[in-house]
Ligand binder design. Structure first.
Ligand SMILES: [Zn+2]
Length: 413
């Protein structure tokens, strides 16, 4: 059985055209025209490969290659949507690798006990509606019908409306929920989005756990005043207050929580934002992540304590809101072992590692034995037109995906 690089490249090049930018990147927001075009392409390819395509109320796609028994399938895949001005690899490599797995099984006339399904999960990126991994959240029962109207894009289009406009059935969203065991196992191949594999010259990563974020929005309200006429002792400077929190988040993540804790203030908006005016209002976004739930709780608790301390020590009003508070996820040890054994057998150099970024696999883990394969990201860059993964590494990742899914698909209940 041999992976065919040129077939993967063909899918890659075809999908790259949907939302292609003149500078090399791609913008393919969830449920946009470009995303719908990419989905239609995928549906056509799935049908050409003899897969039975089904699409749920949320647009999650699966293409099923039947097994000898009608039992829970092995699912493989990722997502086709991207961030604005994103790259051609994030999500996509998992889908095109899954298609190649099917081609190899087909041309070698391999029958599996379990069905194998290629999946494309909807709206993985948070860029359009403000929530990430929405398709897998729907499947794992974490999003209800009323939530669909709460997610709204910049143009004011709700997720509900976007689904309806594209012919999906938001009112039937509960029908898309799967139960534990409905899917036997799920393997998502994805770019690493970090520098580890490239730095160590290792072609594949086998992921053990996925860090989860807690995200805050914090607003500081002071008084915008003249920078020349306002004495220091009566100022209500929102930015100096905010600065204490920015440095505090760094200190907490670095020294006061766990060894894997990371904390980031990713944006700061300062108003009015003029050189000769004391900043009257600041809004910032904080992202705290860890693979260890207890360590993350410690970090989050300290960030809240610090916010309260700044509030009482400085003459400004401070308000915060927790936007997301997800639990870190341990991936299936069964799938991890299968991936490790398979990599050994096919002589592939691998690294066992955790993921700092969130993925659909963390929600699929609720309903299936879930695992992930990472392939290297050049310079660790992602969510950017500079995103790049060597096609030879994608081939190696696909080889691991093929042999590992084949093993799982030959297992009975
Ligand atoms: Zn992704």
């Amino acid at each position: 059985m041999k992976i065919n690089k040129s077939r993967i490249e063909k899918d890659f090049n075809n999908i790259s055209k949907f939302g292609e930018l003149s500078n090399g990147g791609v913008t393919r927001l969830a449920f946009s025209k470009e995303d719908m075009d990419a989905r239609n392409y995928l549906k056509d390819v799935m049908e050409e490969l003899g897969l039975r395509v089904s699409i749920d109320a949320f647009g999650n796609m699966s293409g099923r290659r039947e097994g000898k028994m009608d039992i829970a399938p092995v699912a493989i895949g990722s997502h086709l949507d991207t961030v604005p001005e994103g790259g051609n690899y994030d999500g996509i490599v998992g889908v095109i690798a899954a298609l190649e797995v099917i081609r190899v099984l087909n041309e070698n006339n391999i029958e599996t006990l379990r069905p194998i399904e290629v999946v494309n999960l909807s709206a993985e990126e948070s860029s359009r509606f403000g929530g990430a991994t929405l398709g897998s959240k729907v499947i794992s029962g974490k999003i209800s019908l009323k939530d669909l109207s709460k997610y709204v894009d910049k143009e004011g289009t709700s997720l509900y409306k976007a689904l309806e406009d594209n012919g999906y059935k938001p009112d039937e969203i509960e029908g898309a929920v799967l139960n534990k065991g409905d899917v036997y196992s799920f393997i998502e191949m994805h770019i690493e989005q970090g520098p580890v594999l490239e730095t160590e010259s290792i072609p594949v990563g086998i992921v053990t756990s996925i860090a989860a974020p807690t995200r805050f929005r914090v607003k500081f309200k002071g008084v915008a005043d003249h920078s020349g006429n306002t004495p220091m002792n009566i100022r209500k400077d929102a930015l100096t207050a905010a600065s204490e929190l920015i440095l505090g988040v760094e200190r907490i993540a670095k020294y006061e929580a766990g060894p894997a804790t990371v904390g980031t203030v990713g944006y700061v908006y300062v108003k009015p934002g003029a050189m000769n005016v004391i900043p009257g209002a600041v809004e910032m976004g904080i992202d705290v992540r860890d693979i260890n739930s207890d360590d993350k709780k410690v970090a989050v608790g300290k960030v809240i304590q610090l916010i309260e301390a700044i509030k009482s020590n400085r003459p400004v009003e401070v308000e915060y809101e927790i936007l997301t508070d997800d639990e870190p996820v341990k991936l299936s040890s069964k799938v991890i072992d299968t991936l490790v054994d398979t990599a050994e057998e096919i002589g592939l150099d691998y690294k066992v590692m955790h993921s700092g970024a969130g993925h659909d696999a963390m929600h699929m883990a609720d309903i299936a034995q879930a695992g992930m394969i990472f392939v290297p990201s050049k310079n660790g860059i992602s969510h950017n037109i500079e995103e790049f993964t060597d096609m030879d590494d994608i081939v190696k990742g696909t080889e691991l995906l093929l042999h590992a899914s084949l093993k799982l698909a030959q297992e009975g209940d």
